[in-house]
Ligand binder design. Structure first.
Ligand code: HSE
Length: 310
């Protein structure tokens, strides 16, 4: 195999209570990428469509993760990368992770799969770090493993795959403003109250238990963030209105997707999902702020191969 085309999915990180550790994978939004072996050694980004991103490998998240893998694998050939970007950078649904994951997943296939999913996550984290100035894997892990994941530790890297209840859907509303992850991290406090820490880890534990037991009520009661959301929600126009409307229309929970500005809602069943999507769409429709809205099942497969060529 000399060429591979892949779909690299968008993801929702944090999932309210799980800052930097929890995430889940979406299936209706993501980037396409083509990775090709080439005689010319090194990593060469030859095409970028959709958004204006750097072509120089060491300045591009897909390039940085690819270079990390190349340094380890040391093949006697190089790779060309084409990026067809659908996920807007700075949207909060794992745009940089999708790029970082796509290059290393594709290269691994072309190399004959020498690396496992955890190793791929490690390489992709190097690319993600370029965008957010810190190594975290809560978008990368669900893109690679699919479904819900929990990053137990980044050093050494330890990813837990969590079960995905069957009737769970996500609604994402993406107001068309950009929030840089590095900026959204800079406004967070370095220390938190013990009282808030107790609430937060009780919610993370309960959410994990709810996923294991298909307990939608407990899931709903666990989707609360007392640590990060109070700070970041101020960066997102009409966040509280969207959240109230989503919950009023039956969403199990609603919170900031990753570092924002996208807002996610988790819903039980398709009917409620459609109601919630319509309700939150109406909130933004009245504001004059442009937005995109997506409805997605939880993608339990993660990143996938679209086609291959000799
Ligand atoms: N956990 C990260 C954050 C996800 O919220 O800053 C965004 O990359």
């Amino acid at each position: 195999m000399n060429e591979i085309k892949i779909f690299s999915p968008a993801t929702v990180a944090n999932v309210s209570c799980g800052f930097d550790v929890l995430g889940f994978c979406l299936d209706t939004i993501g980037d396409d990428m083509v990775i090709r072996k080439t005689n010319k050694k090194g990593i060469h980004i030859t095409k970028i469509e959709g958004y204006d991103l750097p072509f120089e490998a060491k300045k591009n998240v897909a390039g940085v993760s690819a270079l990390a893998m190349l340094e380890d694998a040391k093949p006697d050939f190089g790779f060309e990368i084409e990026i067809y970007k659908n996920i807007k950078p700075g949207s909060g649904v794992g745009s940089s992770s999708a790029s970082a994951v796509g290059s290393v997943f594709g290269m691994n296939e072309l190399l004959g799969r020498p690396y496992n999913k955890t190793q791929l996550t490690n390489f992709a984290m190097k690319g993600e770090a370029l965008a957010s100035q810190c190594e975290h894997a809560d978008n990368i892990a669900p893109a690679i493993f699919g479904g819900f994941t929990l990053v137990k530790s980044v050093a050494p890297l330890d990813i837990l795959q969590l079960p995905t209840p069957n009737d769970l859907f996500a609604v994402i509303i993406h107001p068309q403003i950009e929030i840089k992850t590095s900026d959204a991290r800079a406004i967070l406090p370095k220390k938190i109250d013990l009282k808030d820490a107790i609430t937060q880890w009780s919610n993370v534990g309960s959410l994990v238990h709810a996923l294991h037991t298909n307990d939608y009520k407990l899931l709903s009661n666990s989707l609360t963030d007392v640590v990060v959301e109070p700070f970041r929600s101020q960066l997102i126009p009409y966040f509280e209105d969207v959240k109230k409307s989503a919950l009023d229309h039956g969403a199990l929970g609603c919170g900031i997707s990753g570092s924002g500005p996208s807002i996610f809602s988790l819903c039980y069943g398709n009917d409620t999902t459609q109601k919630v999507a319509k309700a939150i769409k109406n909130i933004y429709a009245e504001t004059g702020i442009s937005y995109e809205i997506y409805v997605s099942k939880i993608n339990t497969e993660g990143i996938k191969i679209l086609n291959t060529h000799q």
